[in-house]
Design a protein around this ligand. Structure first.
Ligand code: ARG
Length: 579
């Protein structure tokens, strides 16, 4: 149900009939204040300007042609020529009743199905996942879930960094450690420590450094023993990230991993292709693409090294190969990347080269969706007290234990086991919602107290709003699934809630088009706030509430619970029946 679109089509038709050229759109938007109606159409003003006519008079003509019977109870002109639309309560109630048993909450599948390849999470395997990977992982996953729900074909690509010079030192160190420890699981239990030790030896021991360099070459030329060690290393790191994904309730699986090494075979072809097209040129022994379109202020073209003088390939080369694969093999219509804003230039460079060289189809949409940094209370990038990187797994565990402590202060009739489960969902949900609810591109300050609060736009608040509706049904002794829908909208709070509930499809459309999950977060927060106002104004279980009113209000409550349930699931945040 796309109310915006329904209104836009009707208004545009009236504009046409009033003689306004078809390239002027209705510009339907939510009204900011109740006195301006529920929606407004602002498209007449620019049309009047162009046609050099009085906008109010033109709006009158549009209004005369505008047929919103059934949908609207009032339409009026405001200010210089805005059209204010007040939706009809009967029509809204009708929509809610018609879609009452629809699990999709009146969100229709998209008509234009696209193949969306989404690159997210993509950690470097040499290290344990740290907070730097949180944003890419959960923002990407929220957008992926929304795209899939809309009916698009989504192909997840976890572009793990599993290849590069550092693996020489890692496998050399692994080889030595295995001589003492004998099993890789034990040796690599602490990936971070392992990396540190390997690096230290590389810096301090000349013999070891030589061996490490030798192993890189061997590994790249396919030496069986080096490859076996490497695979052992990769397997354990992958298992580690799988654990984090599970903890985070993120949908990535092993099948979604297509690591950098998957493109090794194609790298030389990419270079040859770029040279043949005259895009890559020799520069001090290296192969470089100079991009005029990304020139700096002095007009110097932006250089992108695609092959080192020794013949080695780079991060950019792999990304070019990945772009080709996603376009030509996976047949992506959209290719979305969730990567830190600091890689914007890199993405811009590879996108430009890929399009210019024809490595990707012309029609493909290449989108880097950057995000800001998670900051500590001191306003600097989030670190441990001693300045180290914070391991993601540890951060999540801490959130769960903090949630458990908070829940222990509240009175509940939960068993110990249920309590633990609730703490887990609240703790993980809190971290995710705090992050997802900020505008993607801004930096934000990580604050335990705010994110775990039961007030304001937080996961616990939304989870609580959901459980509260469940408890109303328990109190009423009615099975929420059995209720049938006969909603009537009387109080203004009921109408406001109804309109919001029916805006889910419009909201999701922007969320996926612009890859902005925070819009879904604020939408859900508005839904719960409007529900709370409705709940206060319209008693449900009071003795003197009429049976028909009680029924209607319960039905509206059920709709709300379903929207919260669906919305939170699209954000990857778990719900519970009791809290
Ligand atoms: N592994 C990279 C990093 O940790 C991110 C990779 C993002 N994806 C890509 N196709 N470049 O910085």
């Amino acid at each position: 149900m796309k109310i915006k679109q329904i209104l836009a089509e009707k208004v545009q038709a009236a504009m046409l009939e009033a003689g306004i050229p078809a390239d002027f759109t209705a510009q339907v938007a939510y009204s900011k204040q109740a006195k301006f109606g529920d929606y407004q159409a602002n498209g007449v003003l620019p049309a009047a300007k162009q046609l050099k006519t009085n906008p109010r008079a033109l709006a009158e003509q549009v209004l005369a042609k505008l047929d919103l019977t059934e949908i609207a109870e009032k339409v009026e002109i405001a200010g210089p020529g805005f059209i204010n639309i007040f939706l009809s309560s009967e029509w809204l109630a009708d929509q809610l009743n018609t879609h009452f048993d629809d699990d999709r909450c009146a969100v229709a599948p998209v008509k234009q199905k696209q193949t969306c390849v989404v690159d997210y999470s993509s950690p470097n395997l040499a290290k344990e996942m740290h907070v730097g990977h949180l944003r890419s992982t959960i923002i990407g996953d929220a957008v992926v879930r929304a795209l899939e729900f809309q009916g698009h074909k989504v192909i997840r690509q976890n572009h793990m960094g599993d290849w590069g010079t550092q693996f020489g030192m890692l496998i050399a160190h692994l080889e030595d450690t295995l001589k003492q420890d004998s099993v890789a699981e034990v040796a690599l239990a602490d990936l971070e420590g392992f990396y540190r030790d390997a690096k230290k030896r590389f810096d301090d021991e000349a013999d070891f450094a030589d061996k490490a360099r030798e192993y890189v070459v061997k590994l790249q030329s396919g030496d069986a023993r080096c490859k076996a060690l490497w695979q052992e290393f990769i397997e354990i790191s992958v298992r580690h990230s799988e654990e984090v994904y599970k903890k985070l309730n993120v949908t990535l699986t092993r099948e979604d991993i297509r690591p950098e090494s998957a493109y090794n075979e194609d790298l030389q072809n990419i270079i040859d292709e770029l040279v043949k097209k005259g895009l890559a040129v020799e520069d001090q022994g290296a192969k470089v693409v100079f991009l005029e379109e990304l020139a700096d202020k002095e007009g110097k073209p932006s250089p992108v090294i695609v092959q080192k003088s020794g013949g080695g390939f780079l991060y950019a080369t792999t990304d070019l190969a990945a772009l080709k694969y996603r376009s030509k093999t996976l047949k992506a219509d959209r290719n979305l990347y969730f990567i830190d804003a600091r890689q914007s230039l890199h993405m811009n460079q590879v996108f430009t080269i890929a399009k210019k060289s024809g490595l990707v189809d012309k029609s493909i949409s290449l989108e880097h969706h950057p995000f800001g940094t998670m900051m500590g209370e001191d306003g600097k990038p989030f670190k441990t007290r001693t300045g180290g990187t914070v391991k993601l797994a540890e951060l999540l565990d801490e959130s769960v234990s903090r949630a458990a402590a908070l829940l222990a202060e509240r009175e509940t009739d939960l068993t110990d086991e249920e309590r633990q489960e609730v703490a887990r969902k609240v703790g993980i949900g809190a971290v995710k919602f705090a992050d997802l609810s900020k505008h993607r591109t801004s930096d934000y300050i990580f604050n335990w107290q705010n994110m775990l609060s039961f007030e304001g736009a937080t996961a616990p608040y939304l989870q609580y709003a959901y459980t509260r509706i469940q408890s109303i049904f328990r109190k009423a002794g009615i099975d929420i699934a059995q209720l049938d829908g006969q909603i009537q909208l009387q109080a203004p709070q009921e109408k406001a809630l109804a309109i919001k509930l029916l805006q889910l499809e419009d909201t999701l459309e922007v969320v996926t088009a612009e890859a902005l999950p925070h819009l879904l977060c604020s939408y859900l927060y508005e839904v719960s706030s409007l529900y709370m106002s409705f709940y206060e104004a319209c008693p449900i279980l009071k003795e003197d509430t009429l049976e028909a009113d009680k029924h209607s209000r319960l039905a509206l409550s059920r709709w709300t619970a379903k929207v919260l349930d669906l919305g939170l699931s699209l954000l990857g945040i778990e719900r519970m029946e009791k809290m």
